[in-house]
Design a protein around this ligand. Structure first.
Ligand code: UT7
Length: 317
């Protein structure tokens, strides 16, 4: 048995924050942000708009695309670093709102969270521990940004994406392979300087950007090759690459390193910025809804984030 993708959905908060507005808050410029990252704008949740609100909206779209309702879902895994509350899991609130059953829990692998959640759900389905899973990446990263730190505040945005996976025996379709890695020795390259146990606070994102950048190109490329090797698929037969949207220069660097044509890479970084665990399903949703990614296409997802964590997943839609 394996798991088949039935539907994808996404949701962004209405409020758009442009580079020009950020330039009035901190010492930066539209030219610097565009040249160094490719980002032009990001969406920001309004006061009171929670991670669960974004996730529920994205999930409803994914269920609609799958032709299912919340009552059909018996597993929810939410990849998030910005839960509504320290506990219960944001997934519990989402489960109640959708009328789903079974197990629902959050998973924390920062920007790689969606890939980790997808791999986890795939294992649950393969083992017969659930039948229909909602895999969600949802973030209100704006809540943990230090808005006076120009080296991080220009990078991130809010949003959510969701994917419906169903246990199925169509071995040619669905999740063909996954690859996950964590290297905790690089913990201090990208972290939040607060948390319940260490500081009794929420904290703000801190990043040694250029060191993470170098790690990203190397490990993302390796993970993509490994996911392809595990499925015995040559990388040049992949139809679409859906990367974590941290920086256009990382997308370009990885594509160059692996000889991937740029027009096979779905990029939303200009419009969404880095939405952490939400970025991969948001980009997948864009590629499907604008008609580029079609049923039957071979799609390679990848991400790297705090931990450091990284991974890739190969899907046949
Ligand atoms: O999603 C999780 C994974 N995250 C990533 O993959 C992010 C990886 N890192 C990056 O994308 C890039 O490293 C950044 C976009 C964060 C930074 O770009 P960079 O080319 O690596 O710049 P840098 O950090 O080496 O800084 C270059 C200069 C510095 O000034 P000095 O020291 O050379 O005078 C920074 O202070 O750019 C300065 N700088 C800025 N200038 C204007 C940093 N942020 C800004 C800014 N506006 N917003």
């Amino acid at each position: 048995m394996g798991s088949v993708v039935l539907g994808v959905g996404a949701h962004l908060p209405a409020r758009v924050l442009t580079n020009a507005e950020l330039s009035e808050r901190v010492d930066t410029s539209d030219a610097w942000i565009v040249e160094r990252t490719g980002i032009r704008q990001r969406h920001i949740a309004s006061d009171g708009e929670k991670t669960s609100d974004l996730a529920i909206a994205a999930s409803r779209r994914a269920l609609e695309a799958a032709g299912l309702s919340g009552a059909d879902v018996d597993l929810i895994i939410v990849a998030t670093t910005t839960p509504d509350l320290t506990f219960p899991a944001t997934a519990a609130r989402i489960q109640a709102a959708l009328g789903a059953s079974g197990a629902a829990f959050d998973l924390q692998a920062v920007c790689s969270g969606f890939i980790f959640a997808l791999a986890t759900a795939d294992n649950f389905l393969e083992r017969g521990q659930a039948n229909t899973a909602l895999v969600i990446g949802a973030e209100t990263f704006s809540r943990i940004i230090d808005w006076s730190d120009r080296s991080t505040c220009v990078l991130f945005g809010d949003g959510a994406g969701a994917l419906v996976l169903r246990r199925g025996d169509d071995r040619g379709r669905g999740v063909l392979s996954t690859f996950l890695r964590t290297d905790g020795r690089m913990h201090d390259l990208l972290y939040v300087d607060g948390g319940p146990s260490q500081t009794r606070s929420v904290g703000h994102v801190r990043m040694v950007g250029n060191a993470v950048f170098r790690q990203a190109i190397e490990h993302i490329s390796g993970a993509m090759l490994e996911a392809c090797a595990r499925a015995d698929v040559p990388i040049d037969s992949v139809d679409w690459f859906v990367p974590h949207q941290a920086n256009q220069r990382i997308l370009d660097g990885v594509a160059r390193k692996l000889g991937i044509p740029g027009d096979k890479v779905i990029s939303t970084v200009a419009l969404h910025g880095n939405t952490s665990a939400a970025s991969v399903p948001l980009a997948l949703d864009v590629g499907i809804r604008d008609g580029r990614i079609k049923p039957g296409d071979l799609v390679l997802l990848e991400a790297l984030g705090g931990g450091l964590t990284w991974g890739a997943a190969l899907l046949r839609l």
